[in-house]
Design a protein around this ligand. Structure first.
Ligand SMILES: *Cc1c(COP(=O)(O)O)cnc(C)c1O
Length: 486
């Protein structure tokens, strides 16, 4: 087992410093009123530069990321992010500008935004795009506000319900509720597709729209997508496409062509911005012409060859994010799209689907499969049989994978699959990595039958073992607590 890492406060030695500053030669050091000054010096770690560097290097090595191992997190597209993106996003011409600079002095940055909007409109088959939302969930909320604004502008305030399939990502019903819509669940059929007959019976004059993820969270392409679009449109509703994970269809099929009116993308998933550490992300929203008057302010506009920002669109739902959103993330997506080209984006999707099917084809011989085969860019295994036969759960399997250097797949999602493990290998993994992962799954299953007690013990090699997750979420310790004798 690894040695427990000391906290930086525990490494602190009084008087030790990273830097040496010349003595202060200002007489009246502070003009602050005496009663506002601290009585005690703040508790800060005192450490030399080399120890500081070692401390953070050691911490970074303890974290698992796409740069140090396989990370098949279903629905989240943890793929390799080309370093070129970072280089472009770090160019001083982009990093040294300020959001309040006159637009005449940031024409290049505005051009990047305008072009990225055009590329994303082309990729999704939409007429207009806003880059503002900071994440997928905020994109959903923005897109649903567009739907709401549209219905209100057409005197249809009675359209208060959003239909959402049972297999949807949890953010879908949450976003709909945040917009003041009532969420209506649409059941799935046995084989994991939206129940079209049920959808037909639920659609009506109170339907504001349908939110659909396609391929759905089981990794299946909803083959009745066009029929569903027809049902919703005939009922007077609009269609929202959750494109957080466009990795299976990018360059191949377009939500706009499939009858969708609004969609969001996650630049921090499909378009290769690192994510998982809490951001920054970006969830642009594309829409059809009929919804474009309601897009958030400001909009990049071309005025006789000069790019400007229009903050005064009268019908806009307003601003959804400070300034213009997360600009440096746009640069990474922009670089990824330009360096991949149309062919490259299509190849990425094809590779993602091929890799998922390669893994699924072999894993379906080992575990209970909760999908039909073939799949799109991801698939869902169920550990229900394994649990019945050995007592080993999806959680145990996930924890065992950690010891083999593999980040666990998404667990217990989608909710409609018992003991679910949702695997998304992504296109950037080679055959050797996929073979290693398949072999590891096989080994873990054998071990479950041979010594199930050991499976409940995993992980044995990680810096921390099994944590009390509820306690960690509800009562996190985020601040160093000074002990009595310090
Ligand atoms: C990740 C994801 C979201 C939410 O995106 P965030 O950026 O995490 O808010 C929504 N829908 C699906 C299908 C996703 O995979």
């Amino acid at each position: 087992m690894q040695q427990q890492q000391k906290l930086i406060f525990e490494k602190s030695v009084s008087g030790r410093r990273c830097t040496q500053l010349p003595a202060c030669d200002i007489e009246n050091k502070t003009a602050l009123p005496q009663d506002l000054l601290r009585e005690e010096a703040p508790l800060l770690p005192e450490i030399a530069e080399v120890d500081l560097v070692r401390h953070y290097m050691a911490l970074s090595r303890k974290a698992h990321g796409v740069d140090n191992g396989f990370y098949p997190l279903g629905s989240c597209t943890m793929k390799y992010n080309p370093r070129l993106n970072e280089e472009v996003a770090a160019m001083p011409g982009f990093t040294d500008i300020h959001p309040l600079q006159p637009t005449a002095s940031v024409q290049g940055a505005l051009k990047v935004m305008q072009l990225l909007q055009q590329y994303l409109a082309e990729i999704t088959g939409m007429d207009a795009v806003t880059l503002q939302p900071a994440a997928g969930a905020q994109g959903e909320w923005t897109g649903l506000l567009l739907i709401k604004a549209y219905h209100e502008a057409h005197g249809e305030q009675n359209r208060t319900k959003i239909l959402i399939p049972d297999s949807a990502h949890g953010t879908n019903p949450a976003s709909a509720a945040m917009c003041g819509f009532q969420v209506v669940h649409v059941p799935c059929t046995e084989d994991g597709f939206v129940d079209v007959a049920a959808l037909r019976s639920l659609a009506g004059p109170d339907t504001a729209g349908l939110m659909l993820t396609n391929p759905n969270t089981l990794g299946l392409f909803e083959k009745d997508s066009l029929e569903m679009a027809d049902i919703i449109h005939k009922a007077g509703g609009l269609l929202y496409y959750d494109g957080a994970n466009l990795n299976a269809i990018m360059g191949i099929a377009r939500p706009g062509d499939l009858g969708f009116d609004v969609c969001h993308l996650n630049l921090h998933k499909t378009f290769s911005t690192p994510h998982g550490g809490g951001g920054p992300g970006s969830g642009p929203v594309g829409c059809k012409k009929a919804l474009s008057p309601y897009l958030p302010n400001p909009i990049v506009e071309d005025e006789n060859g000069q790019l400007t920002l229009n903050f005064d669109n009268p019908n806009s739902i307003g601003q959804v994010k400070a300034f213009y959103g997360n600009f440096l993330v746009y640069l990474k997506a922009f670089t990824y799209i330009l360096s991949s080209g149309a062919d490259g984006l299509k190849q990425a999707s094809q590779g993602a689907v091929l890799n998922a099917n390669y893994m699924l084809y072999q894993l379906k011989e080992i575990f209970h499969l909760n999908n039909t085969f073939p799949c799109m860019h991801e698939f869902v295994l169920s550990m229900e049989d394994l649990k019945e036969e050995t007592g080993v759960s999806a959680m145990d399997v996930a924890k065992a994978l950690l010891d083999y250097g593999i980040h666990p797949p998404t667990m217990y999602f989608p909710l409609i699959v018992p003991e679910a493990l949702m695997v998304e290998p992504t296109e950037t993994e080679n055959k050797e990595t996929l073979d290693f992962a398949i072999e590891t799954f096989r080994k873990i299953k054998e071990e479950a039958f041979a010594d199930s007690a050991k499976l409940h013990q995993y992980p044995l090699q990680t810096p921390v073992r099994r944590l009390d997750e509820v306690q960690a979420a509800r009562k996190p310790i985020l601040k160093y607590q000074k002990s009595e004798n310090q």
